[in-house]
Ligand binder design. Structure first.
Ligand code: BGC
Ligand code: BGC
Length: 609
């Protein structure tokens, strides 16, 4: 087979068109996979369908014992020494266990590289998707994903749980920033661009497997229907099928056309029925109708919400079409773990509750992807190119994307651009000098963190390096000392959160921020506000009082992208990819609503010219 591939590679370069080679290699992969599947025991098959978070592996040898098909690192699931070479070692240690099994099927390792390779210390953290939506530049989004893929590969890993193609409608949702836009077309275009960046035009040995998530409707759940103590996350979608298809299934459909290799099922329900058990949507629509032939992976313990009885959850989810189950395990002995999943899944197949054809289909999909990305050829990774992680080149790309994601909402009396010479500028606010805050959730830790959690340039650092005399830039975190200033820059906003933990009733600015702004106002100096947030917030009074206001979203580690624009080296080009509400009463508000009178319309964004 290898010979055939080599031969076909040579011929490709000369005469045979690429699509033909693709067909030849796909059909040979299909043949190999079906041969392999027919030689597997039930235990080996169920093992393939099981994904465990590495933190919850009781022992490395369980990979061999249970024939585990996949390991993941959830948010913050990092090796004890969080450096690229330790990731490669971690990976290889697990892979060696997989290779000790009878059939030596390599495992596949997945991670949430959702704004850069964000669990890895020193990686480049790009702006979260909401900022990329305002940038709205397909080529750049593709470059960002390709750069992220390089960093992922340098740590040995195979698979990212990205892009998120949620079409967020309700700003109270804690995952709003994971969505590019409230507009399904922007989400579709950027989601597809990101998939190409991760995988290339077809899956191959240089690809990082992408995962379009979360199928489907996660951006449009009804407030108050959330599950797992959340208000909106994991809630219910009540749309009719036509709208579900035209706005929410659409990004998946186009991602499938572009060859996305995996799709993650969403925690939400549709008209009361949880997606993790939704045979119609997964099996009939996604797989049969849209022709998706990659891996359908569950979300984190997502099947557990189907029923009180775990075995029922397993039967329903596999029969609905889920191929790989992110179990993912737990340290709590009362929770279901991977051994429970495996035991009960085997039992269910033996007693006929899950047909063997369904298992064979799931395993074939998993093996096909493993073959396509070359895992069988080189399962053990070498720690090479680890210096691409957080490289200058990638940080420059991130800086550029920060510049293009900023949205200028107000600029009076031409206060912006700020002067680089002879102007005494005081920055205030905790967010001005805090890498953790400017990077948001999914940065080193699941919920993100505060301070120097990873190397980067804070907004304060960036201002200092932009001006001719850095002593003209001062910092008063609490706004207590504004003397000797010509102008104040208040950097305020949200503290990091992720998923339903960020669901909110109110998107008003915090009391701390309001008090800070009061102090700034008392100084009677002109002031600029930089808002760091995962979504539009209720800003009316502060907006009125400020001289200039810009939405910086969650820019990531490269604060220089902000100083580049604020000091006028570049112009503002970002446009709102989400409508900006006037009041909480207006939320959810989206363009196309029958009454639409927001503070700033979808598409709004000023520039210097
Ligand atoms: C999230 C997914 C994520 C997974 C693995 C889940 O809780 O919903 O987006 O990919 O965890 O970390
Ligand atoms: C993990 C996340 C995951 C979350 C789900 C966390 O412990 O690190 O990746 O998404 O749990 O609840």
């Amino acid at each position: 087979m290898k010979k055939l591939c080599l031969l076909s590679n040579k011929i490709t370069k000369s005469i045979i068109p690429i699509f033909l080679i693709h067909i030849i290699s796909c059909s040979s992969i299909d043949g190999e996979v079906s041969e392999l599947v027919s030689s597997m025991t039930l235990e080996e098959k169920i093992g393939q369908m099981t994904q465990v978070d590495y933190r919850y592996l009781a022992d490395k040898s369980d990979i061999k014992k249970y024939f585990l098909g996949s390991i993941l690192s959830g948010g913050g699931s990092t090796p004890p020494t969080n450096q690229p070479s330790s990731w490669v070692d971690l990976y290889n240690g697990f892979q060696e266990e997989a290779l000790k099994t009878r059939l030596k099927i390599p495992l596949i390792y997945g991670i949430d590289a959702v704004h850069g390779h964000n669990n890895v210390l020193g990686a480049t953290m790009f702006p979260h998707n909401i900022g990329l939506g305002c940038m709205n530049d397909k080529a750049l989004v593709q470059d960002i994903a390709a750069a992220t893929a390089e960093e992922v590969k340098a740590t040995g890993l195979d698979w990212t749980f990205a892009p998120c193609v949620a079409v967020a409608q309700d700003e109270r949702w804690g995952r709003t920033y994971e969505s590019y836009s409230e507009d399904s077309d922007i989400v579709t275009e950027l989601g597809v661009a990101s998939t190409i960046g991760f995988q290339g035009r077809t899956l191959n040995k240089n690809s990082v497997l992408a995962c379009a998530k979360h199928f489907v409707g996660d951006g449009n759940t009804i407030f108050g229907t959330g599950t797992n103590w959340y208000k909106i996350d994991r809630g219910d979608v009540v749309l009719d099928e036509e709208e579900l298809r035209s706005k929410y299934i659409k990004p998946f459909k186009e991602s499938i056309n572009m060859g996305v290799g995996s799709i993650m099922v969403s925690y939400n329900s549709w008209k009361g029925q949880k997606l993790h058990g939704h045979k119609y949507l997964i099996n009939d629509v996604l797989k049969k109708e849209l022709g998706f032939d990659g891996i359908v992976v569950s979300d984190w313990a997502g099947i557990n919400e189907l029923d009180k009885d775990y075995k029922t959850c397993i039967i329903q989810s596999i029969n609905a079409g889920i191929d790989m189950n992110m179990v993912p395990g737990s340290l709590n002995p009362d929770d279901n773990s991977y051994d429970d999943f495996i035991r009960l899944a085997i039992e269910s197949v033996k007693e006929g509750s899950i047909p063997m054809e369904r298992i064979d289909d799931a395993v074939s999909r998993i093996l096909r992807i493993k073959k396509k990305i070359g895992l069988f050829d080189s399962p053990i990774k070498k720690p090479k190119n680890t210096d691409v992680v957080g490289s200058k080149k990638h940080r420059e790309l991130a800086r550029k994307s920060v510049r293009k994601s900023l949205v200028l909402l107000k600029n009076e009396n031409q206060i912006l651009p700020l002067q680089k010479n002879n102007s005494k500028i005081t920055l205030v606010g905790e967010h001005a000098d805090n890498i953790g805050y400017q990077s948001g959730g999914w940065t080193i830790h699941w919920q993100g963190g505060s301070g120097d959690i990873t190397p980067g340039t804070t907004i304060l650092d960036a201002f200092k390096s932009a001006v001719s005399d850095s002593s003209n830039i001062r910092y008063s975190k609490d706004g207590g000392d504004l003397s000797n200033s010509d102008i104040i820059v208040a950097v305020i906003g949200e503290k990091p959160y992720s998923e339903g933990v960020g669901d909110r009733d109110s998107l008003h600015l915090s009391n701390e921020d309001i008090k800070l702004i009061e102090k700034v106002k008392r100084s009677k100096l002109p002031f600029v506000v930089i808002l760091i947030s995962g979504r539009p917030m209720i800003i009316n009074e502060v907006l009125d009082e400020s001289d200039a206001f810009l939405a910086a979203w969650l820019p990531g580690t490269e604060g220089l992208g902000i100083s580049d624009v604020i000091f006028g080296d570049f112009d503002f080009t970002g446009k709102l990819s989400m409508t900006w509400p006037k009041s909480m009463k207006q939320i959810p508000i989206n363009y196309g609503d029958s009454s639409y009178d927001p503070l700033f319309k979808f598409g709004f964004g000023l520039s210097y010219e």
